[in-house]
Design a protein around this ligand. Structure first.
Ligand code: KIV
Ligand code: ZN
Length: 518
């Protein structure tokens, strides 16, 4: 029987602490409900003494979210512990998590306490917490830089006074896997009552080692890992939940442990945290980044088409994604292009790769990424030159701001004629797209809108990517500008031009592409 590792999620406490603005109670509840669906073992819902809002959030989560243990954080002082106890009380399974800085720098500079005074504080805090709640966790803050003998005494004291979980945080991300392993080994070998508590770890990512340190600790006997969704948290963040969990899944052979997380909820949770916290996820982020299941190189695409396991160590389905992504670029081989055309509905006999593939390469050189709609246009248009743009945005003027109805005026050229229209909307981008709709007369619904800064500073270039659905199909448009409204209008015009091409060259495919995968 494999050992169970508990997943302690601190997205709503350590993660939230690093956001530019606190989350509202409603936002925290949404995330907490999803964490319960993800089946984490413990939700650290907040730090009740830190603000009245946080107290209410913890209390509401304790009352309303069923399944995981609901935990609150408290410094090792009476008022924090009492506030935390009151906040977590409504939970079916409440936990008080109390902590004290134990390293020399924390003791001497921050707390101005001797080792003996700190030990007395640990004893008193844990005792008080246990008198209020049956489940108490103690953390030796900055354990990664705490003298080994003293850390052993702290842990022994916390357990002696009733801590059921003792957490060893690498608060400043200073330790390395081997050193962290030796800390865990020492605690397991030298603390006489260590078997009376669960050993937990909580690693920060200042040197990019949070996940490695956590996993190494598991290998050495830690049985609770504290982590956050997308790795958000103080400074460079915490160990990322999705990484820790997927390592335990993918390398079960090596770690010999299990956890209770439903991995198929990982992607949904990651997106929710990204959106609610307004914290974008870098495209190359392990497990949940936009490129984590995308294959770009021709050799890789060819390999994956032959056997997915050549370049995929876990399936996209295992984290709740529908499928992997094959980016069509100049690096894609003809095998990949043919495969994509077939998945778009073209029969083998209709694909003349010898003539099509050079056209594809020429378009890829011009555009970078070739989307499915580009591919269809290229298949249907007689020559690559003929897939130019039918509509051109000549002029865009928007008015917006506080107390003003957002409006936009556009002038669009087609076949030497210029048409002008104006519209109002929910915002200036909405107004601009509505004005464009009035000129072109298409029925377009934006399904996905994504803005990225592609350079830094005030004059940063914004890149907008729009995925839109029309009766003709699903289309991806991209636009770039230093002005995000203009970038949005350009992306929308890209969609408009793709629809125009579809209408001109492939009216017989109308609607079919709507079902094709993007
Ligand atoms: O990083 C840390 O030490 C913490 C503790 C409060 C557990 O977040
Ligand atoms: Zn922390």
């Amino acid at each position: 029987m494999k050992d169970r590792v508990l997943i302690f999620d601190t997205t709503l406490r350590d993660g939230e602490q690093a956001l530019p603005a606190s989350l509202s109670v409603g936002q925290k509840i949404r995330i907490a409900r999803q964490l319960a669906r993800l089946k984490v073992d413990v939700i650290e819902a907040g730090f009740p003494i830190s603000s009245p809002g946080d107290f209410v959030s913890v209390q509401t989560i304790a009352r309303e979210v069923k399944g995981p243990i609901i935990c609150g954080l408290a410094r090792a002082v009476e008022k924090d512990i009492l506030s935390c106890a009151a906040a977590v009380r409504p939970a079916k399974r409440p936990r008080i998590h109390t902590f004290l800085g134990t390293s020399t720098i924390h003791r001497e500079k921050k707390l101005r306490r001797t080792q003996e005074e700190c030990l007395a504080m640990v004893a008193a805090a844990v005792k008080l917490a246990r008198s209020k709640c049956g489940d108490v966790e103690f953390s030796a803050e900055d354990a990664g830089r705490t003298e080994r003998d003293f850390l052993c005494k702290v842990v022994e004291t916390a357990i002696k006074h009733g801590a059921r979980t003792v957490n060893i945080p690498d608060t400043v991300g200073y330790t390395t896997p081997e050193i962290f392993a030796s800390i865990i080994d020492d605690l397991r070998n030298r603390v006489p009552n260590i078997d009376k508590a669960i050993l937990a770890v909580h690693c920060h990512n200042d040197l990019g080692l949070a996940t490695s340190n956590s996993i190494t600790a598991v290998k050495h006997g830690a049985r609770q890992v504290e982590c956050t969704v997308n790795g958000i948290g103080e400074r460079a963040g915490n160990a990322a939940l999705e990484e820790v969990v997927m390592i335990m899944n993918v390398r079960r052979d090596y770690l010999n442990v299990t956890c209770g997380v439903d991995t198929t909820e990982i992607m949904r949770t990651s997106k929710l945290v990204r959106d609610v916290c307004s914290m974008p996820v870098q495209p190359n982020k392990a497990v949940v980044g936009g490129n984590a299941f995308a294959h770009s190189s021709g050799i890789h695409q060819d390999g994956v088409l032959k056997a997915k396991a050549t370049y995929e160590i876990m399936t996209p389905e295992s984290i709740g994604l529908k499928e992997n992504k094959m980016n069509l670029t100049g690096r894609s081989g003809s095998h990949m292009v043919k495969n994509r055309l077939q998945s778009l509905g073209y029969a083998e006999k209709d694909i003349d790769l010898a003539t099509f593939y050079p056209k594809f390469k020429a378009l890829a050189d011009k555009k970078g990424t070739v989307y499915d709609d580009d591919l269809v246009a290229l298949m249907e248009a007689p020559t690559i030159e003929e897939i130019g743009d039918a509509y051109r945005l000549e002029y865009l003027n928007v008015t917006g701001g506080t107390g003003v109805i957002p409006t936009a005026t556009v002038r669009i050229a087609r076949d030497g004629k210029i048409e002008q229209e104006a519209a109002s909307g929910d915002g200036v981008v909405d107004a601009a797209t509505k004005a464009i709709d009035r000129v072109v007369g298409y029925d377009i619904r934006i399904k996905d809108y994504h803005l990225d800064a592609i350079s830094e500073g005030r004059e940063a270039q914004g890149r907008v990517k729009i995925v839109a659905v029309a009766p003709e199909g699903t289309f991806t448009g991209v636009g770039t500008s230093t002005d995000i409204v203009e970038a949005s209008a350009k992306a929308y015009m890209d969609v408009v031009n793709k629809i125009a091409r579809m209408r001109k060259y492939a009216p017989h495919l109308r609607g079919k592409r709507a079902r094709a995968r993007l």
